[in-house]
Design a protein around this ligand. Structure first.
Ligand SMILES: [Zn+2]
Length: 413
């Protein structure tokens, strides 16, 4: 998702936000097709007026008695809701909501001891305030994980050192069992971020096409036996794929890489040497050598600069994202796989992959004994459901060079 699509106003809803259909609150916003995130609007549109009513009503009831107080609080709350944005000079709708949020949380801090409905409302706002604070941290983290190049690498190295110093500090102050516990927590967080190919903790990753198309990706080539067979198979089904190639193999079989491009497919970067056992813990320097080295070999061989990167077995390390994005690469994962690199039974592999759904990115491998069988099975399933539209919608942005065409099989299922 593009961060600019996020319509939420508050940090809390920005975390969960996304491209929800907008709620149109004013004619002006309707005209410009803006407006708030739907669920956020519902929550705030109920909570804020209710809080203003309770806050004003509480004072008036104490001052004028229950009947006059309640009767007068309704029009006064209405007035306050309409006048306060002008007094507080909130120019945009989103600014108004942020101000209301701040006012309500501020009110809650002062009235939290009040008890009754006032105390209850206060605790609702305090909880929203605390969650928003956590959301600000999450958003800050996610923004910093988009820093590319040297600042991104330096920030991650700082984090690496800081969390370990923090754990050591905990050990010195509270005893070493606590330090070990902190270490285990850090390791667990790191493992989840690194070993899970879909995790966005360390940076944005494409795990689905984002539209109705299905994308076939074929890793670990080129292979002198498999690549020609797979290319013929794809041609027969008029389908384009992304081949995530290993730099050293491209160097060994440059004609195969050129043939893949000539037939209208795209080549992605899959590191220079495919260090699948150690890439997850590679240093920034080695990460750069692997990604930049592969990028260079593919560009020199085919004349086309890859725009997608896939880590070996999907294990990105702490420094993959800043290095890859600096080189102009977006990181791609998958959401369908059959473990065809280790499984020897094509039927079992296909049973794991199929049926495919719109938006799927399928991970297949070449240089395996069953590569042709697996791709054949996937193609048959895709062709029976999808009308290929190779000129139409593409999930991915177009390549900078003119050599490749759409890579997706797209259409309605
Ligand atoms: Zn691989």
């Amino acid at each position: 998702m593009n961060p600019t699509d996020n319509r939420a106003v508050s940090a809390l809803f920005r975390v969960f936000g996304g491209a929800e259909p907008p709620v149109v609150a004013e004619a002006h916003d309707f005209a410009t097709r803006r407006g708030m995130h739907r669920h956020e609007f519902r929550v705030f549109a109920i909570l804020v007026p209710l809080t203003v009513l309770v806050g004003i009503g509480e004072g008036l009831v104490r001052l004028l008695g229950p009947v006059a107080g309640v009767l007068l609080s309704v029009p006064l709350a209405f007035l306050a809701l309409n006048l306060l944005p002008f007094i507080l000079v909130a120019r945009s709708q989103s600014m108004q909501w942020r101000l209301w949020f701040a006012c309500c949380v501020g009110w809650a801090v002062f009235r939290r001891e009040a008890g009754g409905i006032v105390g209850l409302m206060s605790y609702v706002w305090l909880a929203l305030g605390v969650m928003s604070l956590a959301a600000v941290l999450v958003l800050g983290w996610s923004a910093s994980m988009r820093w590319r190049g040297k600042p991104g690498v330096a920030w991650r190295m700082f984090l690496l050192v800081a969390v370990h110093l923090g754990a050591a500090g905990v050990g010195i102050k509270f005893g070493w069992p606590w330090a070990v516990l902190c270490g285990a927590g850090i390791a667990g967080f790191f493992c989840w971020a690194v070993l899970n190919p879909y995790s966005r903790i360390l940076g944005p990753v494409r795990g689905a096409t984002g539209d109705d198309s299905i994308l076939i990706t074929i890793d670990d080539g080129p292979d002198p036996h498999d690549t020609p067979l797979l290319l013929d198979l794809l041609d027969r089904h008029q389908t384009k794929a992304v081949f995530f190639m290993i730099g050293e193999k491209v160097r060994a079989h440059p004609e195969l890489a050129r043939e893949v491009i000539r037939r209208g497919h795209e080549i992605g970067n899959h590191t220079l040497t495919h260090p699948q056992a150690s890439f997850w813990c590679a240093s920034p320097w080695r990460t750069r050598r692997e990604i930049a080295g592969c990028q260079q070999v593919i560009e020199e061989t085919t004349g086309i600069k890859p725009r997608w990167f896939r880590a070996p077995v999907g294990h990105r390390n702490l420094f993959t994202h800043p290095v890859a994005t600096e080189l102009g690469l977006q990181v791609m994962a998958w959401n369908r796989r059959g473990f065809d690199a280790v499984e020897r039974d094509a039927g079992k592999v296909l049973a794991r992959i199929l049926p495919l759904h719109p938006g799927d990115i399928v991970l297949l491998h070449e240089s395996t004994p069953i590569a042709e069988q697996v791709l054949g099975g996937v193609m048959e399933s895709v062709s029976s459901h999808v009308v290929p539209d190779l000129s139409g919608s593409s999930a991915a942005p177009r390549p900078p060079e003119g050599g490749t065409t759409d890579k997706e099989v797209s259409g309605d299922r």
